[in-house]
Every structure is written in structure tokens, then in C-alpha cells.
Design a protein around this ligand. Structure first.
Ligand SMILES: Cc1ncc(COP(=O)(O)O)c(C=O)c1O
Length: 431
């Protein structure tokens, strides 16, 4: 048993080492002068420390809940505020002629922004519709395909409501069948999951709708192999990438899915209220739009047809653009390597602690940057609260399900080690 004095010292010591070098106000001033000149070289030993300083979360707080909502870099926050102010100040200048840009979104195809998003997932700009989040993408797909009563949609028992409920409603309303397949917890290897889908496909299967990374346990599903299974059978594949874009380097062409949607306000670090839906060129004609305005029937202009939901906030889209620039400047591969590496440090540390159960997979092909684990004798909310006493924000997954720790580029090895120290102390206390 750990001695009591040591236990308390562990709990109240500051979790995060103060950042050495540049002070926060100096960094803010640098940021205001412009990003280009100050971005460190890729081999600069201070690279990730500098990245951390681009976020507004105070240096003594560690944020590990990107799975719910990512933090925006200051460049993104500044872009949104600056553009909001600019639109307000110049509202009367907008004459609403076609040659003047709109001061809202909803009535223009915004091809340049779609092009940038397309670059992130290796698609074509015309294959991308801007939405407000993943839930909207899922609903466009669940309500937009021609399906008959008795047609089957295969899914998993690990769906977030934002990947599931449109299919449930369609099943109740129109008699389609929504069939969630059980994924073992944790799944031992990719083959096990692929085999579950291979065995479940029937002649009635029309759609497979699954997450790229599951919400609660962060399982990276073998989506490419599942899409390979589906394609020769004429099954329409839809991937919910809410947790994947910005966490992993996503290539929709390599995955080979028919559709893919996401919420860039999670791992791509864009402001909340941003989303997109990708539909592969050859499949676009099979999807009706669910929300309609003037261009609902425009079949010449790719996925623009699926962006017909009226007035939206253009400043948020400027923020999305700034977030994509930030992400691409670091590079998707570099982001993935860094954050999966940090998550591995967490997994390896947790594995060595007696009394801890890791619920997320350990197989390297199934593991990403999210780790869900529990500590014997302590509930998820209690563990979350203990962490927050040391200014570490993880998310409780409920009583028996422990906490989910999402690791992103604003996290450091020191923060991971601080987490492990707390878990070690709690596990010893409750042994
Ligand atoms: C896998 C998955 N799909 C969909 C959603 C819903 O995302 P949003 O609320 O941004 O639409 C989430 C949210 O956590 C998720 O994890």
C-alpha cells in the first residue's frame, strides 16, 4: 500500500511542468505578428513545445478530451474573431451583387474551402459537401439513399448516436433493417472484425455504415478491408470519421468507401459547428439531398446539392480553413506519429499498473490516440474528478467504463507521465 503522505503529494503536485523559454505574452505577440515567420523548423527540439503554446488552454492545465471537442489554435480563434468583427463593421457595404463575396455561408459553393478539405482526405473538391457536423452527414446518408423495406444496413454495437440514430429512425418509419454487429471488447485483431462482417453480409445487405474510429473505446476499425468485402457485393459503404480526421492520416480513396463524413471540430481543431460529407464521384447520383434550397436539384455541381440548408456563419468556415492550414503545416503523418506515440506511452504505462484494465485495443492496427481504461474500486466519474484535482481533463465514460483519454498535439510526455502517476497512486489506494 502506498503511504498516505506520498499519495497526497502525488494528488496535489502540479500536473504539468511550466513551459521553459518563451513567455505566453511573447508568444501571443509573435502570433499576432504572423505565423509564417515564427513556425519552428521540423527538427527544432522545441517544436512541440511551440505547438503547445499556440493553444489558449493555460500551461498548467492538460486537456485530454479531444474526443468530445478539440481545442482551437490561437490562429483559428483569431481568424474567427477578426472575421466576425470585419463582417459586422462592413455589413452595410455588402450590396448583395454576385461580384461581392457573401458575408454569410449557405448560398455559394465555396469551392476553395472544399478543395482544402479534399486535400486533407485525398478527395476531389466536388465530392465534398460542407455540413455542420458528423451527425448531419450521417442523416444525409441515412435519409438520402433509395432503400426498400427489408433492405439491411449493417453496423456495429459501438455506434455514437450521431452515427446511428438516422438509421434507427428510417428502420422504424420505412421498414429497413438496422443490424448492429457485436464487436468483442477489446477486439483481439483486425481479422476478427473483418470476419464478423464477412459472415453477416446477406443478399439483403445494401449498406454498411460503421465508424472509422469508435467513440467510446477508440477502436480503429479495419475500414479498408471491410470496404473491400462490400464492393464486389454492391454494398454501399459509409464511414463515420468523426474521430478519425485529424487523428489519423485519412485517405478516402485508399479506404475505398462510397461515403465518409466527419466533425472537424474534434481532431482537426476547427471551431465547433463544422462538418463535411464526402461522397465518391460515381456514387453521388445515388444520394438525394435531405435539406433543400435553390440548388437541391443541381446535378452538375457535385456535392453542392447537399449544402442546401440556408444561412450559416461564414466566420466559422474561415476558422475551419485556418485549422486546415495549421494541420497541413504540421503534416497529417507527423501529427499521427506524435499522438499515437504519446498514446502508446500511456498504454504501456497503464499495462504495468496492477488494478488497471485497458478497455481499448492493444493491437497496433486497432489502436490510435484514444485510450479508455478503468481502475479497480473507483468509478469513471471518481477517476475523472481525481484527475481534475491535478488539472488533467479526461472524460468519464460512466460507472464501470472508466475514463477516455484522447491524446493530441497539445499534450506532452510529461502530461502522460503525470496521468500515470495519479493512476498508480489511486490503484494502490484501492487495491
Ligand atoms: C464516432 C462518432 N460519430 C458521430 C459523433 C457525433 O459528432 P457531432 O456531435 O459532432 O455530430 C461523435 C461524437 O463524439 C462520434 O464520436
Amino acid at each position: 500500500m502506498m503511504n498516505r503522505r506520498h499519495f497526497f503529494r502525488v494528488l496535489i503536485a502540479p500536473a504539468v511542468l511550466p513551459l521553459a523559454g518563451t513567455s505566453d505574452s511573447a508568444v501571443a505577440a509573435e502570433a499576432a505578428r504572423g505565423l509564417q515567420d515564427h513556425w519552428p523548423a521540423p527538427d527544432d527540439p522545441q517544436y512541440w513545445r511551440w505547438i503547445r503554446q499556440q493553444f489558449l488552454i493555460p500551461p498548467d492545465e492538460a486537456f485530454f478530451n479531444t474526443g468530445t471537442l478539440g481545442a482551437c489554435p490561437r490562429q483559428v480563434v483569431d481568424t474567427v474573431t477578426r472575421s466576425t468583427r470585419e463582417y459586422e463593421e462592413t455589413l452595410a457595404h455588402w450590396d448583395y451583387k454576385p461580384e461581392h463575396p457573401d458575408w454569410f455561408s449557405g448560398y455559394r459553393p465555396l469551392v476553395e474551402l472544399r478543395q482544402k478539405l479534399a486535400q486533407v482526405i485525398h478527395a476531389g473538391a466536388h465530392e465534398i459537401a460542407l455540413t455542420q457536423n458528423a451527425t448531419m452527414g450521417m442523416n444525409f446518408m441515412a435519409h438520402g439513399l433509395n432503400l426498400q423495406p427489408g433492405d439491411e444496413v449493417l453496423s456495429t454495437n459501438q455506434e455514437h448516436p450521431g452515427g446511428r440514430c438516422g438509421w434507427e429512425m428510417r428502420a422504424q418509419r420505412q421498414g429497413t433493417i438496422w443490424r448492429p454487429l457485436e464487436i468483442p471488447i477489446p477486439p483481439p485483431d483486425p481479422e476478427t472484425i473483418v470476419n464478423i462482417f464477412a459472415a453477416a453480409i446477406t443478399p439483403r445487405t445494401r449498406v454498411i455504415a460503421i465508424p472509422h474510429i469508435t467513440s467510446m473505446l477508440g477502436i480503429v476499425l479495419p475500414v479498408r478491408r471491410i470496404c473491400q468485402l462490400a464492393r464486389p457485393r454492391g454494398v454501399f459503404t459509409i464511414i463515420d470519421g468523426a474521430q478519425a480526421v485529424g487523428q489519423l492520416h485519412v485517405n478516402v480513396k485508399e479506404i475505398g468507401c462510397a461515403a465518409y463524413f466527419s466533425s472537424p471540430h474534434k481532431w482537426l481543431l476547427a471551431p465547433p459547428g463544422n462538418g463535411f460529407l464526402y461522397i465518391r464521384q460515381e456514387k453521388l447520383g445515388e444520394v438525394w439531398t435531405t435539406l433543400c434550397s435553390s440548388e437541391w436539384n443541381n446535378y452538375r455541381d457535385g456535392a453542392y446539392r447537399l449544402m442546401q440548408y440556408g444561412t450559416g456563419n461564414l466566420s466559422l468556415l474561415k476558422g475551419l480553413e485556418a485549422a486546415i492550414d495549421f494541420h497541413l503545416r504540421i503534416g497529417p503523418d507527423r501529427v499521427e506519429k506524435r499522438i499515437v506515440g504519446l498514446a502508446n506511452r500511456l498504454r504501456e504505462g497503464l499495462q504495468k499498473i496492477h488494478g488497471v484494465t485497458i478497455l481499448s485495443p492493444m493491437h497496433p492496427e486497432l489502436a490510435g490516440a484514444m485510450v479508455t481504461y478503468r481502475v479497480n474500486g473507483i468509478t469513471g466519474p471518481q477517476l475523472m474528478d481525481e484527475m481534475w484535482k491535478r488539472k488533467i481533463r479526461v472524460r468519464s465514460m460512466g460507472g464501470e467504463n472508466g475514463v477516455r483519454q484522447s491524446v493530441h498535439i497539445y499534450n506532452s510526455p510529461e502530461e502522460i507521465d503525470a496521468t500515470l502517476e495519479i493512476v498508480r497512486a489511486l490503484a494502490a489506494k484501492h487495491a
